[in-house]
Design a protein around this ligand. Structure first.
Ligand code: AMP
Length: 444
């Protein structure tokens, strides 16, 4: 017997019964995003690896450990470790000319914003995306290697406003509410300007230097390379050290503090509940000023529903104009996990099911089905002759509202028997032209 090929680890099939829930989330999100003036953008699912390394930061976990490289035949040999051959740490290789599956949306959107000179055509680009992202993580519940995000980016010369920060944060909350989520918590913080961030990094290094021997080996490295990552470390000893740190906002300039106060006041005015956390930093290099995270108590250890923040220098750092920007991304799988599990329902039940009882009827049925579909009716059939009982069972299974039966007697009288599956009513209608049949169907 030939070997069965199975789905790659950390990915999932979304079967038709489940797709209904996905489509509902996507549709509702699109409707809400349109209310806020966001327009959809679609970018490739792979980009030059360097784009992610330059935007997210060489020292970020995603770039260091989770990039899924797109392997071309001429690029480089596969990794020795067969099981993990799709992973090649960018640390080990020269990134030029290499591609990676996108681990997030922001870098691609900014690349596209610059490449298409969107700043020339609009003052503020409000863009959204819905689609798959890829990270080479160790899979577990709520953590996949291919997962899906709904994200927004507001980019443009006019986007450096605390009111926009508050609007973007409130949009993420309203979206989750409208999708049916209740038990979630919004955490916010500010990182300030790059100069403020540097002050903060110095402060943290000073606090942590004498504790370096107690930090995990990763964090010992992070102290110099990316000290903020220590604040997110899951190691028990690092966590205890971080918990004991007294972190405030003294590293912020007066302007940055005022900006943050305006964001908070606007959120309060909108009735958005939040908690402040001075240790919330987010793992990526590009954030400045406002950052936020949303987590749900309905989820297990992977409890983040979404996150975002402001990134005022990324567009310029990637070679574009000096414009401000802010965005967020929500994880669709996590949203689905946090929502109550409804039984799968078929949202688009079939209008009609045609049953043919002999060869001649079957030939007639094929044409009839084709004609009815052209009139806009959803209709299906079994394509083969079998007993009335078994075809009725199939009609029931697909949830047909009406069953149309064609047999010897019907063909002789140029008629068709129609049964309404909910009322049980049965009628014989003339099998003239499709238009008049379709019209009369509504009466059964
Ligand atoms: P991040 O860019 O890591 O802040 O991700 C934003 C959101 O995407 C998270 O809050 C999660 O909801 C979702 N997410 C991130 N990584 C994964 C993953 N590996 N599997 C499933 N969802 C994820």
């Amino acid at each position: 017997m030939s070997k069965k090929i199975t789905i790659p680890r950390g990915t999932a099939d979304i079967l038709p019964g489940e797709v209904v829930r996905w489509q509902a989330i996507e549709k509702k999100s699109r409707d809400i995003l349109a209310l806020y003036g966001y327009r959809e953008i679609r970018t490739p699912i792979f980009e030059e690896t360097e784009l992610f390394a330059r935007s997210m930061g060489q020292t970020s976990d995603v770039v260091q450990k989770q990039m899924l490289s797109v392997i071309g035949s001429n690029n480089f040999p596969l990794d020795e470790d067969g099981a993990e051959k799709h992973f090649l740490s960018p640390r080990k290789i020269d990134m030029r000319g290499l591609y990676a599956l996108r681990p997030e949306g922001t870098a691609s959107i900014v690349r596209s914003y610059i490449e298409n000179s969107l700043d020339k055509s609009e003052q503020l680009s409000k863009l959204y995306y819905i689609g798959p992202m890829f990270r080479g993580e160790r899979p577990q519940k709520g953590r996949l290697r291919q997962f899906h995000q709904i994200g927004v980016e507001a980019i443009g010369p006019d986007s450096g406003s605390p009111y926009l920060d508050a609007e973007v944060i409130s949009l993420s909350v309203r979206l989750l509410n409208q999708l049916g989520l209740r038990n979630f918590q919004l955490k916010i913080n500010t990182l300030g300007t790059p100069a403020d961030k540097e002050n903060f990094a110095k402060f943290l290094r000073k606090q942590l230097t004498d504790k370096i021997s107690k930090l995990c080996p990763d964090c010992q490295q992070r102290l110099e390379r990316n000290v903020f990552r220590i604040l997110d470390c899951k190691n028990k000893d690092c966590k205890a050290i971080v918990d004991a740190l007294d972190v405030g906002h003294s590293h912020l300039s007066v302007e940055s503090q005022q900006y943050y106060t305006s964001v908070k006041e606007t959120l309060v005015g909108m009735g958005i509940q939040f908690v402040e956390s001075a240790k919330l930093v987010r793992g990526l290099d590009y954030y400045t000023h406002t950052v936020f995270e949303i987590s749900s108590s309905d989820l297990g250890s992977q409890d983040a529903l979404g996150a975002g923040g402001r990134y005022n220098n990324l567009v310029a750092e990637l070679g574009g104009p000096q414009v401000d920007a802010i965005g967020f991304a929500l994880g669709i799988e996590r949203i689905l996990l946090a929502l109550p599990q409804e039984s799968a329902t078929n949202e688009n039940p079939l209008g009609c099911y045609v049953i043919a009882l002999d060869q001649k009827s079957l030939e007639r049925a094929i044409n009839l089905v084709d004609g009815m579909r052209q009139k806009g009716l959803s209709v299906d059939m079994s394509y083969r002759i079998s007993s009335m009982k078994s075809q009725m069972r199939m009609a029931n299974k697909v949830g047909a509202q009406r069953v149309l039966i064609l047999g010897e007697e019907e063909l002789r009288n140029n008629s068709i028997t129609v049964k309404n599956m909910s009322s049980g009513e049965q009628k014989t209608l003339p099998l003239g032209d499709v238009s008049s049949l379709v019209e009369q169907l509504g009466k059964v």
